[in-house]
Structures are given as structure tokens and as C-alpha cells.
Design a protein around this ligand. Sequence first.
Ligand SMILES: Nc1ncnc2c1ncn2[C@@H]1O[C@H](COP(=O)(O)OP(=O)(O)O)[C@@H](O)[C@H]1O
Ligand SMILES: [Mg+2]
Length: 328
Amino acid sequence: MSKALLSIRDLTVEFDTPAGTVHAVNGVSFDVNPGEVLGLVGESGCGKTVTLLAALRLLAEPPARLVGGQALFQGRDLLRLPRRELRRVRGRDIGFVFQDPLTSLHPSMRVGDQIAEALRVHDRGLAAAAARARVVDLLDLVGVPRPATRLRDYPHQWSGGMRQRAMIAAAIANRPALLIADEPTTALDVTIQAQVLDVLRLAAAETGAATVLVSHDLGVIAELAARVVVMYGGRVVETAPVGELFARPRHPYTAALLASVPRVDGPLRLSDPVPGQPPTLLEQPVGCSFAGRCPCREDRERCVVEAPELAPGTHKVACHFPLTASRS
Ligand SMILES: Nc1ncnc2c1ncn2[C@@H]1O[C@H](COP(=O)(O)OP(=O)(O)O)[C@@H](O)[C@H]1O
Ligand SMILES: [Mg+2]
């Protein structure tokens, strides 16, 4: 038995599109341990969101197709859970924060009522006054000033940062064991980003929830995550404790991502993308999905004919010729 809270195993997801089959997620496996903050990083389009939405059965099928794999949450496979049980798990045991709080919040419902609703869906017996008191506490926790008054506002009266705080409050309302935050700060101004990350850190600490923090920005990941999973082309290419990953990246893609992060002043940020284009995913690569852009490949045949497997261990890498630790 694994001690993981969530164990995604060999998850494979495709989309049927007019242009052909998009191989969005190809045999992705990783664990989330209780209470840890796991960072999921990779360029836009590498399959981060689809992996998580598929694991929670939140993708529209079709066009999505779950080809195979498991998503074991507290030992139960979410992919095979009856819909009713799944709905109970989502929102109660697993909370979500998405990139755009405006599309996640209902525009014509008061912010406070939406958070109260999140509570009452999973606790039918909760009285209105008790729910309201919980909402005030939650808004206070996430740093909304004058929460007892502001809970009567509508989402459009709140700034992007405040709305994202409200989303975090709703996500932790039922004290979930797992919090999933998919690009939670991407739509926000840089100055607000750091504040929202602080709120997320506080929310995770307060509830003890394990957190999956998804970002294309290594700077954001470095702020919060203890362990990192790097994805590329619908696959996991490397996973390691955060310090280890930043100090000694072993996959050429991770190294390239890190090299494009200037470390001068201010927060780390991914300014220059890695040269070249990520794969379209319309064809499933036979070899390594990074082979076409890899600066270390040197025409080695093996990279294009054989897909590298993730080697076991605490620092896992899927590369036939990983970088060695002797880099300074
Ligand atoms: N509804 C969809 N139909 C077709 N392709 C999709 C759909 N949603 C996502 N994809 C494709 O799946 C791949 C992974 O997307 P996504 O998981 O959103 O990437 P990320 O979150 O890492 O930016 C991309 O190539 C994207 O174009
Ligand atoms: Mg995404």
C-alpha cells in the first residue's frame, strides 16, 4: 500500500478533434503525499490541466477520452467511482482554485452566498447563521477586509486578487485533504501574485491540506512547492525535491527551463521560453518527446526510437542521457 493521498498512475488522455487525435496526456504518473505542496510545472500546453481535470473526471467526454490509468485518492480510484460519490469527494475532500476566478464565481450571486453554498452542499444540516459565521471566518482567514460587510458584494465589485481570495476561501471551506490550484496567480498583476501565493500557503497550513500547485512559472513553484513534477509533451520528465531540482536538474528540458529564469532582482520569472516549439501532440512521439528541441541530444539514435522511462528514486528523470551532478 502506498502512503500517497493521491496517486496518479499511467494516466492517458486523448482528445478527438477535427485535426486528428490529440495525445494530451501520455502515461503520466506521480504521487501527492498528505500535507505536502507539490508543484506541477511545464510550458503551456504540456498537459498539466488535462491531467488534473481527467483525474477528477471534470473533462467533457467527448471530446476527451480517458484511455487508461488510475487516480487513487485515499486508495479509491476516482476514475471508477460512481458519479454520486465522486461529487461528494469533489468540493469536500478536494478543493479547487482555477486561473480565472471570474469564470468560477457566479456573476449574479453574492460572494458570501457562494461560499456558504459550498459549505451547505456538503453539510445539509448547517443553519444559515452558522454558515454565515463560517463564511466571515473564511474570508477573514484569506485576508478580505471587513468580511461581514463585504460578503454581500457581487463578484464584479471585487478586484481579481480579492476574487481569487474568495475562491481560496470556498476551496478550503470544507477542510479538504487536497487543494488543487491551477495557475492561481497567472491572471493577476505581479504585485498581487505574491499576496495570493501567501494566502494559498496560509490556507494549506491552516487546513493541513496537501496542495498541488500548477504553474508554467518556475518562480511561483519555487515560492511554495517542496517537491516538483516537471511535465513536457504530455509526459512527466523529471520529479525531485525543489532544492535538488533547482540545484541539479537532470533532464535537459528542466535545465533549459531553469536557464531561462533570470535570477537577478525581484521574483524569479520565466521570461524566455526554451527555444523551439513544444510538440503538437497530434502524433505520439516514438522516442523522447523533447528530442526535437534537446540541446544535449547530439543526434543520438536512441532518443528518437525509444521513449525514456522515469527511473525510480526520489529524484526521477526520464532521459536516456541525463545530465550528471558534476555541473557547477
Ligand atoms: N478540449 C480540448 N480539445 C482538444 N485539445 C485539447 C482540449 N483541451 C486541451 N487540449 C490539448 O491538450 C494539451 C494539453 O493541454 P493543457 O493540459 O491545457 O496544457 P497546460 O495546462 O499544461 O497548459 C494541449 O495540446 C491542448 O491543446
Ligand atoms: Mg493549464
